[in-house]
Design a protein around this ligand. Sequence first.
Ligand SMILES: [Fe+2]
Ligand SMILES: [Fe+2]
Length: 460
Amino acid sequence: MDRRQQEAVIADLVRSFGSSLRNRSLYPPTHPLVRVPVEKCFSDLLRFFADQPELVLVVSNDTLVFEGVPIFKLTSSLEYFMERLERIGAPAVIFEKGTTPGEIETFIRFLHETRERSVSVERIQERLRGMGVAHIRVRPPDDNEKDDLKFARKIYDDAINVVISVMREVRTGRIPSGTESDRVVRDMGGMLRKNRDAILALTLIKNFDEYTYNHSVNVAVLSLALADALSLPEAEKIEVGVAGLLHDVGKTQLALALIRKPGRLTDEEFEEIKKHPEEGYVLLGKMSHIRPGSAYMVLEHHMRFDRKGYPKREPDYQFHANSGLISVSDCYDALTTMRSYQKARSPLEALGLMKGLGGKSLPADLVAALTKTMGPYPIGTTVRLNTMEVGVVTATGPAGPTRVMILADRNGAPLPQPETADLTEIIGTSGIVSRSVVGTANPLLYPAVAAGSFPSAPGP
Ligand SMILES: [Fe+2]
Ligand SMILES: [Fe+2]
């Protein structure tokens, strides 16, 4: 089962679980409205266990999370189930292979009958065992940073595969479906909400050979982060993310040699390249599950704020309200990427340059919003610490960087293996943080970063 199928099965499963639980307060346990959903749960679990040994469902911030990524499309019965779990104090529930319908029924009875709040995990476990439930366990919440990074990477790779398959289909003359793009953007959105930096850090992956794929995913992540920062409604966020993911899909209509051409383009070649937003617009218009807003954003991503870009339109042409998010994210990712004709700029250099473009090619307010989102030392910035160590910012908070990957020791000697430093760590009871950022450092002196490869990210 792929992630999409897993999500569908889990949504079904939890829906049945919730309706059985809710109906218990209205009907006797033998009533079909209580019993049938239990059977349905069991058969859904069996489907899941065909290729997984256990199913771990976590309730975090009122959302149901599976493998680190929230599941949406939730219904009221699902909310009922989550609320019960949370109230009792069981933020994560694990169904192991071997779970029987009887155990599901007993677990539902347990959730239904328990009136206490915030019971300890040990106590819940003990009671479940006493009731003969051996294959359903509860687990305390774990805020596992490592897991977040792993899942963010999984979503990122998944998105790359979606872009590859969409582009491949277009090249072979087919019209791809937009369902996968929509799904993966929802996953990215969920991950951004859960741990923004885990996925934002991945936009530092600049794969030179597969530029278009990484660039597409990076623009999707950046534009989603911007949409988040601007508190756009959920549906608009997805529209923006999908537009970011597919903004350059029109390039598939151009000759490969042209797209991959190193160095500057001739005038004729540039005229060809200029066709990609319109080609993209037409393609998105034909794809299922793509909202018209995404297609407009794709059409407009090179029109420039001052309307001096392409394709050309009348001076009074009205932009889609969110097109600027794609243009700004596109520009940021392009500037921070090394190309055959340009060096990669550091995030701060890129933002500085973009500030100068505000009111001209880019909307100044959105450049300011991106700058604010990225903070004083954006993720990916090479910084010097008060300890004289040098590293790259991998997470930031409202007060500045919170995590740095140390690349060089206090004498400037590169570490054999980059080490992660937590900048919120306090020395003993002093209240003083052990490490803090004192300024930026020249990334060119630390080749791992200069080449645009992010130390924590394994290769393609
Ligand atoms: Fe483009
Ligand atoms: Fe682009």
